[in-house]
Design a protein around this ligand. Structure first.
Ligand code: SF4
Ligand code: SF4
Length: 668
């Protein structure tokens, strides 16, 4: 039998917290052969990244391997001190992290950083290292690698930086490449580009891949095998396609059920979530028992062993053969709004926003004109740097527009929130991505809600208390949460408090800026259900910003598509997602498709920084259908079924070009 490249046996990793040990990983066991790909998937706190750090030898100082072993190429490396790992970590084992900017030296050209790896590991000359670096940058599809060599990290977008970090990891020609959430936080189209790149790398790089992700879909795109982690334990493992088709553990089933089904919309689907919270310190029995719908008495008394359930498959569940193969909770009736026709609510006319960056003017919004109606959810989509968050901040009064005007209900809206009368501040509220940033850590949830109710409605005493409890009930929290400090609440509960606070005075418009992006799949489902329910019952309009297109598709009625500060298309959600016409919208929506149906995404590399916004059509530097110099003039608005878009090409011609391109790609 051949020795696996990586073999982890009985691995337990303990952290020292407040003077007592706490096991983040318990008794983990898996192996990885040469050229294999294994995904480790689970919610935050499941222990998946701790395993990656233990294998790479990067555990923090307050963590130690309490028991078990990690064998790499036949040698136990778990007990090696950092200095004895030289020649293994960074060379034979390379790691790519979530935050590429943090992995790059900001004051050294990126080419030099990669060339240094070649010089160290291959002991080649400067000239040879430069040549190899340019070749590697070309392989990871970085545009113009010769010029890119001399640029600095800040001159690249997030997706380009991640390509550079992957190039640097590969320069050491590792036997094992650990990818720790390498696409988390990237826009959907950039994520698709990086996933396509990783799939392509597998054809020319011999390294085995250990892929850590909270996203089952990403793992299904990239890995042959998967290990599902819950509360520090691997609870199921086996071939990815088999596990996703018929899971043998209730947690895997629940994780899959929480995903937003492809193309699902709020009117027809209520999202499934997992009851309760992950409890890493769970005392006895199966760690998933408090949240498991199949749990019986013995599950609470004795932890089930990890046992083989089929060839190459194992599960840590007494009832592995009773897991439903299909999500049975989708039949719950969804919601329908009965609040009548939309009326004009907010008008934005020629709003521009410029920032001075290092002495240069950078355009964040380019003469944006649009109307937001009442009783509608408007989804705003576009990659980082498209201007969607700036738009929300200008509407909320947190940013002053450089020019242009805003009207709410026909009356002029002052640029600065401080200059807006209380009824206007009441009418426009905001929910941010990170509720921690807006909840004072030393004040209870009850204090935050009471303060918002008093400030915005003037209610006091019993009436204020009554409103606070109404708000709490609307976000499905109980009165006991009123006494909790933010740190005593889960991420999802904190976001629910932030939503309750935004609705304190029955706003007309709530700006939701990536409200679910920092949450696990189950908490995301809970928040989306809540937002959709509240909107259906109150008629409040939302401007809903997210880089997660499945989320926007689910909740939005209408869509605005932005690119480099400009609006390039608007229309009903159905038209934009089901019949995308504008070439940029086509690229974005394409990234939503299951990987096997995506069309040649690498032909379109991620957007340039906003400081380099081109003249004319903002998309012309990436557009696969660019006609010629005419595209470098401002394009006209065109109208197609259910939406409007800016392009020189008429809808029928664009549809023809898109079909031809698809056929061409499929034939290649
Ligand atoms: S052992 Fe029991 S509680 Fe644990 S996952 Fe299986 S059915 Fe659920
Ligand atoms: S105007 Fe030209 S470059 Fe812009 S989207 Fe249309 S075809 Fe592409």
């Amino acid at each position: 039998m051949t020795t696996p490249l990586l073999e982890v046996k009985g691995l337990t990793v303990a952290y020292e917290r407040d003077g007592s040990p706490f096991q983040a990983v318990r008794n983990a066991k898996f192996s990885l052969g040469a050229g294999d790909t294994l995904g480790i998937v689970g919610e935050s706190g499941s222990g998946k990244s701790t395993i990656a750090f233990a294998v790479a030898g990067y555990l923090p100082e307050n963590a130690r391997i309490a028991s078990g072993s990690i064998s790499f190429a036949g040698s136990d490396i778990s007990s090696l001190a950092a200095r004895h790992r030289y020649g293994i970590t960074g060379k034979k084992i390379a790691m790519v992290y979530q935050d590429p900017a943090g992995a790059l030296n900001p004051i050294m050209p990126i080419g030099e950083q990669i060339a240094e790896v070649y010089r160290l590991h291959s002991r080649c000359s400067r000239a040879a290292a430069r040549e190899k670096t340019v070749d590697m940058l070309h392989r990871v599809h970085l545009r113009d690698p010769h010029r890119a060599y001399d640029k600095y990290a800040h001159q690249f977008s997030g997706g380009q930086q991640q390509r550079i970090v992957i190039a640097m990891a590969l320069a050491a020609e590792p036997s094992l490449l650990i990818l720790d959430e390498p696409t988390t936080g990237l826009d959907v189209s950039v994520e698709a580009e990086i996933l396509a790149l990783i799939a392509e790398l597998r054809t020319f790089v011999k390294a085995s891949i250990l892929y850590i992700s909270h996203d089952v879909r990403v793992i299904s795109d990239t890995c042959d095998r998967v290990a599902v982690m819950y509360a520090g334990e691997i609870v199921e493992s086996g071939p990815t396609t088999e596990i996703l088709r018929s899971p043998s553990h209730p947690y895997t089933r629940a994780l899959l059920d929480c995903l937003i089904p492809f193309g699902a919309v709020k009117e027809s689907v209520r999202l499934a979530s997992i009851d309760g919270q992950l409890d890493i310190a769970h005392a006895t029995g199966c760690s998933f028992a408090p949240r498991c719908s199949l749990a019986e008495e013995r599950c609470h008394q004795k932890s089930p062993p990890m046992a083989a359930v089929a060839e190459n498959r194992a599960s840590r569940c007494y009832f592995y053969d009773k897991i439903p193969t299909k999500d049975i909770r989708r039949s719950i009736p969804a919601r329908r709004s009965n609040l009548g026709q939309p009326r004009p609510l907010l008008n934005i006319v020629n709003v521009e926003k410029q920032y001075a960056v290092r002495g240069n003017q950078t355009r964040a919004l380019a003469s944006v004109t649009l109307s937001i109606p009442s009783n509608r959810v408007i989804g705003v989509i576009g990659e980082s740097g498209s201007g969607k968050t700036t738009l929300a901040r200008v509407i909320s009064g947190l940013e002053l527009p450089s020019s242009g005007s805003l009207q709410l209900g026909g009356a002029k809206l002052h640029g600065r929130v401080q200059n807006r009368p209380v009824e206007v501040r009441r009418a426009i509220q905001m929910v941010f991505q990170n509720p921690n940033a807006t909840l004072n850590p030393s004040h209870t949830a009850g204090y935050a809600l009471r303060r918002a109710v008093q400030k915005l409605t003037g209610l006091r005493g019993a009436k204020c208390e009554e409103r606070v409890r109404e708000l709490l009930a609307s976000v499905k929290l109980s009165p006991r949460h009123l006494e909790a400090l933010p740190e005593q609440l889960s991420g999802g509960e904190r976001q629910r408090i932030a939503i309750a606070r935004a609705f304190a005075a029955q706003p007309a418009l709530v700006l939701c800026d990536e409200p679910t992006s920092a949450l696990d799949v189950s908490a995301r489902a809970i928040i989306l259900n809540l937002l959709a329910d509240i909107q259906a019952s109150t008629g409040t309009s939302y401007i809903f910003i997210s880089h997660d297109l499945a989320t926007v598709r689910y909740i939005a009625d209408e869509i605005i598509v932005m690119y480099l500060g400009d609006i390039v298309a608007t229309g009903s959600a159905a038209a934009i997602f089901e019949r995308p016409v504008h070439p940029y919208v086509e690229t974005l929506v394409n990234a939503l498709l299951p990987s096997r149906q995506r069309r040649d995404l690498q032909r379109v590399e991620s957007s340039p920084p906003t400081s380099n916004a081109p003249r004319g059509c903002v998309f012309h530097q990436r557009c696969p259908y660019k006609v010629g110099p005419i595209c470098e003039e401002p394009p006209p608005w065109q109208t197609s079924m259910g939406h409007r878009y800016r392009c020189v090409i008429a809808p029928e011609r664009l549809a023809y070009l898109q079909r031809s391109h698809q056929v061409q790609v499929e034939n290649n």
